[in-house]
Design a protein around this ligand. Structure first.
Ligand code: SF4
Ligand code: SF4
Length: 357
C-alpha cells in the first residue's frame, strides 16, 4: 500500500511538471490602429515606447528611383522628430542610385526624407557578428550599427518577388546587411559574370579585396572570391551580376530569418508595420505596380514574429484568402513565419490590441 502511494505521488509530480513544461508562452502583444497617418504611427509607437531608449535609429526604405508606392516620409516624420532619431538604411546590391552612399542619400532627400540626419550604415564598412545558426556562423551588418542604442524597424508590409512578402523580417535582415551580407543572403557568394561584356578597364581587378579577378578573359577565382559584391557595383559595363537563382527559395527564406535573428539578438529592436499601398512587389522596383487591395492599418510590437503573423493574417482576412501572396504573386512567404518561430526569433502566437476602440 505504501509503495502504491509513492508511485501515485511520483505520477502526480511528473504530471504537474509536464503541465508546467508544455505551458504555452503568453501571446505577444500587437497594437493595431486603422488610422494610417502620422498620428496613427505615434499612437501605436506609444505602446512599445518603453523599449526604446538612448540614441534611436529608424530603419526605413527610401524607395527606388521611379517607385511611387514606398512609405512616404510624412508618415514617419513626426516620430523621427519626436525621438530626435536618425533615418538609417544600407546600400543595395544591384546597380542604381541606392548602390552608392552619396547617390543613395541624394535620392532619399529627393524623395522627401530631408528632415533628419541620414546614416547609410555600411557607408564605412561592415561589422561581422558571430552567430550560431543553421546557415550562418556569422552575419555582416553595417558598421555604424553600434552607434545606436535602439532601432525602430519601420516596414512597408507588401509582396515580394523572392520572399512572398516583405515586412519586418526582411527589413531587419536584408535591410541591415552589408553588401557582403546581402550576397551571403542571396547566393553562394560568387557573382555571375559575362566575359564578352568586359572592356578591360581594370577597375575590378584594382578594387577586388580578394584579388580574385583576372582579365582577358574575365574570370573570378572561386577560391579567392569573398562574395563582397564590390565588382557588381563598380563595373562600368555591368559585366558582373547577382546570382539570384543560385539559392532555393526555402533556403533563401530561412537565411532571411536567420539574419533577422542575428540582428535582434545583438541589437535592441522594435517593429512598426504599415499595411498600406499593398503591392505584389517591393519598393526596390523602379516600376511601381498599383496596390492590389485596400489599405488596412498600422501595427506595432516588440515581437518581430508576432507582428509578421498578425500582418499576414490581416492581409489574408481582408483579401479573403488562405495565402494572399501565393495567390497574387505565386510565392508564399509563410515559411518566414514558421521558421522564425522554430528558431525562437519570436512568438507567432499574438494578441491583437485595437487602439481605435
Ligand atoms: S570593371 Fe568590368 S569592364 Fe572593367 S575590367 Fe572589370 S569586368 Fe572588365
Ligand atoms: S565579389 Fe568581391 S571578392 Fe568576389 S570577385 Fe567581386 S570584388 Fe572580388
Amino acid at each position: 500500500m505504501k509503495n502504491l502511494t509513492i508511485v501515485v505521488m511520483i505520477i502526480c509530480v511528473l504530471f504537474f511538471l509536464l503541465l508546467i513544461g508544455v505551458e504555452k508562452p503568453e501571446p505577444a502583444e500587437v497594437f493595431f490602429t486603422s488610422d494610417i497617418s502620422p498620428e496613427g504611427v505615434l499612437k501605436v509607437f506609444e505602446k512599445i515606447s518603453a523599449e526604446v531608449t538612448g540614441k534611436v535609429a529608424i530603419k526605413v526604405h527610401f524607395g527606388e528611383e521611379g517607385n511611387e508606392t514606398y512609405l512616404k516620409p510624412e508618415l514617419v516624420k513626426d516620430l523621427v522628430l519626436k525621438l530626435d532619431a536618425t533615418l538609417v538604411e544600407t546600400n543595395v546590391l544591384y546597380v542604381g542610385k541606392r548602390r552608392y552612399t552619396d547617390s543613395h542619400i541624394k535620392l532619399a532627400i529627393d524623395h522627401g526624407f530631408d528632415f533628419a540626419p541620414i546614416d547609410i550604415l555600411d557607408s564605412e564598412g561592415e561589422k561581422v557578428i558571430p552567430v550560431n545558426l543553421n546557415h550562418y556562423h556569422e552575419i555582416k551588418v553595417g558598421s555604424h550599427m553600434d552607434d545606436y542604442d535602439s532601432f525602430i524597424i519601420f516596414s512597408h508590409f507588401k509582396g515580394h518577388g523572392l520572399s512572398g512578402f516583405g515586412g519586418a523580417i526582411k527589413n531587419t535582415s536584408m535591410g541591415l546587411a552589408s553588401i557582403a551580407g546581402k550576397m551571403a543572403l542571396h547566393a553562394s557568394t560568387i557573382p555571375v559574370y559575362n566575359p564578352d561584356a568586359c572592356i578591360l578597364c581594370g577597375i575590378c581587378v584594382d578594387q577586388c579585396p580578394g584579388n580574385a579577378i583576372s582579365l582577358n578573359p574575365l574570370v573570378i577565382d572561386p577560391d579567392k572570391c569573398i562574395g563582397c559584391g564590390t565588382c557588381i557595383g563598380i563595373c562600368p559595363v555591368r559585366a558582373f551580376g547577382v546570382p539570384w537563382n543560385s539559392t532555393s527559395r526555402s533556403v533563401f527564406l530561412e537565411r532571411l530569418v536567420e539574419y533577422a535573428k542575428g540582428v535582434s539578438d545583438n541589437y535592441n529592436t522594435v517593429y512598426i508595420n504599415v499595411l498600406a499601398n499593398i503591392t505584389t512587389h517591393c519598393d526596390c522596383s523602379s516600376r511601381s505596380r498599383p496596390p492590389f487591395m485596400e489599405d488596412i492599418c498600422i501595427l506595432a510590437s516588440t515581437d518581430i514574429v508576432a507582428i509578421e503573423k498578425a500582418s499576414h493574417d490581416l492581409v489574408d482576412k481582408h483579401y479573403k484568402s488562405d495565402d494572399t501572396f501565393l495567390q497574387v504573386n505565386s510565392v508564399s512567404g509563410k515559411n518566414q513565419i514558421e521558421y522564425a518561430s522554430k528558431i525562437n526569433l519570436g512568438n507567432k502566437s499574438y494578441r491583437l490590441i485595437d487602439l481605435d476602440e
